[in-house]
Design a protein around this ligand. Structure first.
Ligand code: 16G
Ligand code: ZN
Length: 554
């Protein structure tokens, strides 16, 4: 790093003094906190993103300003790697260090050391860096975006491009497309969704009930960016009857009593929904539209909903994909394509049983999308979902090109209308529709809707795939949550010593009992999860485990 570069960093960092008493961690999915305290963090992550781009041969990096399902006064920032996936975990410690540097001197010296260690060449061969910036609808987004621009711009030769208000998955999709040399504007994103959706609709088997009316889907947009974007998308979709509520235009507050996180955690109706909607198919997006859950209202007399969470969406997707794979001759000949599903310890036990019963390979990953994504990428087709509604379907490059050439072969052999050709075409269309970069509520809605039409199912019928075991989650505040260390799948606690044995003996008291503890990656608490054959038993198991946490860590 030469003197000009050092001076440039020093000068810009003077503009963003770090507030006293904040201790920031990149955590499970980027920095988050009160928006008023985040300018210096966002500025610094701007610098990091520019360095990341330089490190990877000037590939475009994405930077998203959002705090997802958190309250509107919060904000946050996360980085998309050029692949469209999350920032490489190898860079997270550097993110933590610079976010917490207490002075411009310390910041510059950390950057200088890192640049040397990573052999990043700044300005030397005039190679530039490029960072695309997106933000959700939070009022603090615009000024934070300016801070990010200054951060990016303080690295010599780096360019920041503001691509406006977007959902998180849109930004990831665009970054991925850009680096693959594909069309990468927001319009291209919409165009891709609507054309692959159309393609899947056209491939629905006609079974005599073609005139079946398409029932309406009610969408809860969490008063955020997702509601607005799905409204934009609606214009280019046929065969889908959407009514969008909670778009944020009618005075509702982002994530307040609305959205996927609220509905999934509370299992009650979001605002804007009521007894007139009994039995209707409803979907809820979160604040940045990377999570999706479905629900319906079973009866007028209560505000409880019947929830179809990430596990149910995963099961529906798995069933559909498996059906298509079964129609491939190659599979019948024993050339099994490897379909795998990835869940976390939070997946309802009934969903795991159901998936295994389908004959699927089910593996477990640590909580947090980056961990599930990594495991899903090991399969030809890997489907991952967290119970909270974040997930997608990944197709390996080699399997996808095999599918595409198979599709061509069959057409050339005059078997364009065969069942096998249709199945191959459906799989190719799914790979285009479903976001390959990260979980995406918009593409998720479209895939759920087309599969339900394909199956001829109502939401109630879909819900009957299996019945969730009753479960309970509790947060426990402890002096030091890092005292809890778990196995890589988070199903068992290795520390504090002895706690797992104690948990096991509680579990053994309940039929179908299961419980685990883990330190939260986003809050200063230890989380307890329990499930059992009745709600009473699940509550009681969760409470006893919470007591154990208190007595071991209190
Ligand atoms: C973040 C993660 C989410 C995970 C949650 C767990 C992403 C994009 N988001 O919101 O997947 O379920 O953290 O929170 O990875 P916890 O560690 O506090 O339980
Ligand atoms: Zn989100």
């Amino acid at each position: 790093m030469d003197e000009i570069q050092i001076a440039s960093l020093r000068k810009s960092s003077e503009l963003f003094p770090i507030p006293q008493s904040v201790k920031l961690s990149y955590g499970t999915a980027g920095f988050r906190g009160d928006a008023k305290l985040l300018e210096s963090t966002v500025y610094r992550v701007g610098i990091l993103s520019a360095l990341r781009s330089l490190k990877l041969g000037s590939a475009t990096v994405g930077l998203m300003i959002t705090a997802s399902h958190n309250k509107v006064s919060d904000n946050g920032i996360k980085v998309s790697d050029p692949s469209g996936g999350m920032l490489s975990q190898e860079w997270e410690p550097f993110a933590d260090q610079i976010a917490n540097a207490s002075s411009p001197q310390e910041l510059v010296s950390l950057i200088r050391d890192f640049v040397v260690k990573e052999e990043i060449k700044i300005g030397e061969d005039k190679k530039s860096a490029e960072v695309w910036l997106g933000r959700d609808t939070r009022p603090s987004g615009e000024s934070l975006l300016r801070a990010a621009e200054i951060g990016v711009g303080s690295v010599l030769g780096a360019v920041a491009i503001d691509i406006g208000v977007l959902t998180t998955p849109q930004l990831h999709w665009m970054v991925r497309a850009k680096n693959k040399g594909l069309k990468a504007t927001e319009n291209d994103y919409f165009e891709n969704l609507s054309s692959s959706f159309r393609c899947l609709i056209d491939l629905i088997p006609s079974s005599g009930n073609d005139k079946l009316e398409i029932s309406k889907l009610l969408v809860d947009g969490a008063n955020g960016v997702g509601g607005q974007k799905i409204e934009e998308l609606r214009g280019s979709l046929s065969n889908l009857n959407l009514e969008i509520r909670n778009t944020g235009r009618d005075g509702g507050v982002l994530n307040e009593g609305v959205g996927a996180d609220f509905v999934q955690k509370e299992k009650v109706l979001p605002l804007g929904f009521g007894s007139k909607d009994v039995g209707m198919r409803c979907a809820s997006l979160d604040g940045d539209a990377d999570r999706l859950v479905y629900f319906y209202i079973p009866s007028e007399s209560s505000d409880k909903v019947e929830l179809l969470d990430g596990d149910k969406i995963l099961s529906l997707f798995a069933l559909f994909i498996k059906e298509q794979l079964n129609a491939l001759d190659d599979d019948k000949e024993g050339k099994q394509s490897r379909l795998g599903v990835v869940q976390t310890a939070y997946a309802n036990g009934a969903s795991t049983d159901y998936l295994r019963q389908l004959g699927l390979d089910v593996v477990f990953a640590k909580t947090g999308v980056k961990h599930l994504h990594e495991k899903a990428a090991e399969f030809d087709i890997g489907i991952y979902f967290e119970a909270n509604g974040h997930g997608t379907i990944l197709f390996s490059e080699s399997f996808l090109s095999w599918l595409v050439s198979k599709q061509k072969d069959l057409t050339a052999k005059g078997q364009g209308g065969s069942e096998e050709h249709k199945a191959v075409s459906r799989l190719v269309a799914v790979s285009n529709l479903i976001n390959q970069a990260v979980g995406d509520a918009l593409s998720g809605v479209l895939l759920v809707e087309v599969i339900l039409q394909h199956m001829g199912w109502s939401i109630q019928k879909w819900n009957e795939l299996y019945k969730d075991l009753p479960s309970r989650q509790i947060k426990v505040e402890v002096p030091d949550r890092t005292a809890v260390v778990t196995t890589s799948e988070e199903t068992e606690a290795l520390r504090p010593l002895g706690i797992q044995d104690a948990i096991n003996s509680e579990i053994n008291k309940y039929p179908r009992g299961r419980a685990f503890i883990r330190p939260s990656g986003t809050e200063d608490v230890v989380r307890v999860y329990a499930e059992a054959s009745t709600q009473e038993a699940a509550d009681s198991l969760a409470n006893s485990v919470a007591q154990l946490v208190k007595s071991f860590l209190g």
